[in-house]
Write a protein of this length. Structure first.
Length: 165
């Protein structure tokens, strides 16, 4: 299995743990991350790994930033990407089994040693169950492809007295 990995400066402290966990599974890692704390922008790092997944160069991707939130939000902007931010094994299992997540986002800060490795282990061992879950993913894909939809972001940017004109 080929896995793209990307981290930003806020996840350098967990980088070695993540790479070791991936390699324990026999993964060939395509590394787009950084190994220093010089600031980089998480959207740039996420895009490199996610684009490799979209092009079929890798089978999955693992992303890490300070909270995991920025990477997961960015990754989910790309068509066909189902990124799950997982901070425990249960979330990792459900992300794969029910949601067929193809990208895992992890926290680089405020996470106990070994937790990310445990999450990775479950994420990589768990297979998608399809069945009743497939119709839900089909709906997500339909929504993703709907160019005419109005996003929640557009609606929430207006103030209480703003007519939007």
């Amino acid at each position: 299995m080929r896995i793209a990995f990307a981290n930003d400066h806020a996840a350098t402290a967990v980088r070695a743990e993540i790479l070791q966990a991936l390699k324990r599974h026999g993964a060939e890692v395509v590394d787009f991350g950084v190994d220093c704390e010089d600031p980089v922008d998480y959207p740039d790092m996420a895009e490199k790994a996610v684009r490799a997944l979209q092009r079929g160069e890798v089978d999955r991707a693992v992303l890490a930033c300070g909270t995991g939130l920025g990477m997961s939000i960015t990754a989910n902007k790309f068509k066909g990407i189902r990124c799950a931010l997982c901070t425990d094994e249960y979330a990792a299992r459900m992300a794969r089994a029910h949601n067929d997540a193809n990208v895992l986002a992890l926290r680089g800060r405020e996470i106990e040693p070994g937790r990310n490795a445990a999450v990775i282990d479950v994420f990589l061992r768990t297979e998608y169950q399809a069945g009743r879950h497939q119709r839900r993913l089909d709906k997500v894909s339909r929504i993703e492809g709907d160019e005419d939809r109005t996003t929640a972001t557009q609606d929430t940017r207006r103030g209480p007295d703003d007519s939007g004109n």
